[in-house]
Ligand binder design. Structure first.
Ligand SMILES: Nc1nc2c(c(=O)[nH]1)N=C([C@H](O)[C@@H](O)CO)CN2
Length: 121
């Protein structure tokens, strides 16, 4: 399956389980891979036929900027759900990095893969 990806999308967020983290905003970095059949936009050369990575990026920035969670797991799940629900994506792989969270580590975080919910019946 083809993919559309967004790499290294840095967004400041209110995130963390400790008191000091509730008082600041911290940088998060998103790497997102979305399954999409790119043959149609390749044939038409029309932006309207694409999974528009700029539109997805803008929506992710909005969701993350307005979010307020303790765990990166919770935020990753929320962002994945928005991509699947609002952009008609059938499968998403999302890596959420929290650089600087652990001294000595370049980064920490989570990687999740979620298929779109299949309809019963
Ligand atoms: N699996 C996780 N472990 C930790 C998280 C998290 O969100 N998921 N968060 C923290 C703290 O907020 C940390 O980032 C502060 O340095 C610790 N472990």
């Amino acid at each position: 399956m083809d993919k559309v990806f967004i790499e290294g999308l840095e967004i400041e967020a209110l995130i963390g389980i400790y008191d000091w983290e509730r008082r600041i905003r911290q940088p998060l970095v998103f790497d997102i891979e979305m399954a999409f059949d790119n043959r149609v936009p390749a044939a038409t050369d029309a932006i309207g036929d694409t999974l528009n990575y700029k539109a997805v990026s803008k929506r992710v920035i909005q969701v993350v900027s307005e979010s307020d969670y303790g765990l990166v797991e919770t935020l990753a799940e929320k962002v994945a759900a928005v991509i699947l629900d609002e952009f008609g994506v059938r499968h998403v792989r999302l890596r959420l990095s929290k650089p600087g969270a652990v001294r000595g580590a370049r980064s920490v975080g989570v990687i999740i893969e979620r298929p779109a919910a299949t309809l019963a019946g």
